[in-house]
Write a protein that binds this ligand. Structure first.
Ligand SMILES: C[S@@+](CC[C@H](N)C(=O)[O-])C[C@H]1O[C@@H](n2cnc3c(N)ncnc32)[C@H](O)[C@@H]1O
Length: 230
């Protein structure tokens, strides 16, 4: 994906996203730690806590990438299974949780089979949020919970301006030095795919997660959507 190209949609987007993560997999974890100053580690742990599930729960980590959330889930005593469509990312995973190469919009699992779902930094990479939320509603049992983490922009004007400067100007440079500049120019731009919070809550309610909550992390640099399957 080139920096000045319009953001792709539909199947073209899915192909581009998969190719992008296959390309950057080798240094994905390193760039994450550097560009978030290590804050992403705490954000994932918070996502696991917000699930509010007892140890032993079966949790699918969707778009698991290199398996960070799988490890955090296991550290809390959960049974984790990771799903991702990028073989490059799965091949670099550092977890002993079972991993499945699959499209998270069409999971190869039976309905109501999970106590919970986590998903880290992937919402904006999906081709359809309503289709994803429908799939979550299919696989999570009634009373089960979801914790969906993604990047975000702070609400206040000053913080927002600083964040935009960092995310749009500095992150691509860090990405270029350590990995692939085009990929790390795309990732900040891809925030534009995310609808406003009220619309996301409505989509979640329509799918079967009424009353979802949005938690802003580190001044709004990241967000966590938490919900319970009706
Ligand atoms: C930014 S990475 C996040 C990885 C990991 N969850 C984390 O917290 O670091 C986004 C991941 O979403 C995966 N992904 C995007 N769309 C997907 C889809 N439709 N099905 C499966 N995986 C998908 C990509 O392959 C990539 O590994």
């Amino acid at each position: 994906m080139k920096r000045d190209e319009p953001l792709p949609q539909g199947e073209e987007k899915a192909r581009a996203v998969r190719g992008l993560f296959d390309t950057i997999a080798g240094r994905y974890d390193l760039v994450n730690r550097v560009m978030t100053f290590g804050l992403d580690v705490g954000w994932r742990r918070r996502a696991v806590r917000e699930l509010g599930l007892p140890p032993g729960s079966l949790v699918y980590d969707l778009a698991c990438g290199t398996g960070d959330l799988c490890r955090d889930l296991q550290a809390k005593g959960h049974r984790a299974i990771g799903f991702d469509f990028s073989f490059g990312m799965l091949a670099k995973a550092r977890t002993d949780a079972p991993l499945v190469q699959a499209d998270v919009l069409r999971l190869p699992v039976t309905g109501a089979s999970a106590d919970g779902v986590t998903c880290g930094f992937a919402l904006r990479n999906l081709t359809s949020l309503p289709a994803f939320f429908d799939e979550l509603a299919r696989v999570v049992r009634p009373g089960g919970s979801i914790a969906l983490l993604d990047a975000s922009e702070p609400d206040g004007a000053v913080l927002r301006a600083g964040h935009q400067l960092y995310f749009r100007r500095v992150v691509p440079v860090i990405g270029g030095l350590l990995s692939d500049r085009d990929a790390y120019a795309y990732l900040p731009r891809s925030l534009a795919y995310l609808p406003p919070p009220a619309e996301v809550h409505r989509m979640l309610a329509d799918a079967g997660f009424p009353g979802s909550r949005r938690i802003q992390l580190t001044g709004g640099a990241a967000q966590l959507l938490v919900g319970t399957r009706a």
